[in-house]
Write a protein that binds this ligand. Sequence first.
Ligand code: CA
Length: 228
Amino acid sequence: MERILIVEDEKPIREFMTIVLGREDFHVLQAVSGEEALAMLQDHEVDLMVLDIRLPGIDGFEVCRRVREDYPGIAIIMVTAKSQDLDKIMGLELGADDYIIKPFNVYELIARIRAVLRRIRQSQPEKSKVIIDGQIEISPASHTVYKDDQIIELTPREFDLLVTLAQHPGVVLNRDRLLDMVWEEDYFGDTKTVDVHIRRLREKIEDDPSDPVYIETVWGIGYKWRAR
Ligand code: CA
């Protein structure tokens, strides 16, 4: 069930949306301010936020900015009552996925929520999907990698690094981003660690580690899995 967080200070609107979205089989959470919404995100999983711009305390623009920074996977639909806001939504490239203007028809909102969720699902690689590329087959669910049907022994970190790269074929991932995605918060060292792990990974998966075909180096930036 998809989880929607409604951030709206006007109680009648918030409660009405909660009831209607609940009937549509969404799991609905509510926050009356930006501060409350950000606090909720720390211990609730949310797929999409319906975010009012005019809020007491920090406004919807600031909430949007912070969510984009800290929770890039959460979709955001901004709610605005003013055309000036609309200019800002369009002009600032806040990273909202869509917007809707008050007063709105709640079924219009539902249609937009579904469209945004569908779009996101299509653009995100399925986390557990088996990846087959050339001689390499990676099964994230069972944590195994085969090359030419031979199992390859990887450490958990090497495995995570491999999956992260292979799930983004053709996309250059810089070292900081890889540290973030693979090492997450339990690492405070420098980006050389990434290079060391890449080298070990290449020794295990490449035919010729000095002339890699799967993991390419993008000089001065980072690494990318070959495009498919
Ligand atoms: Ca408001």
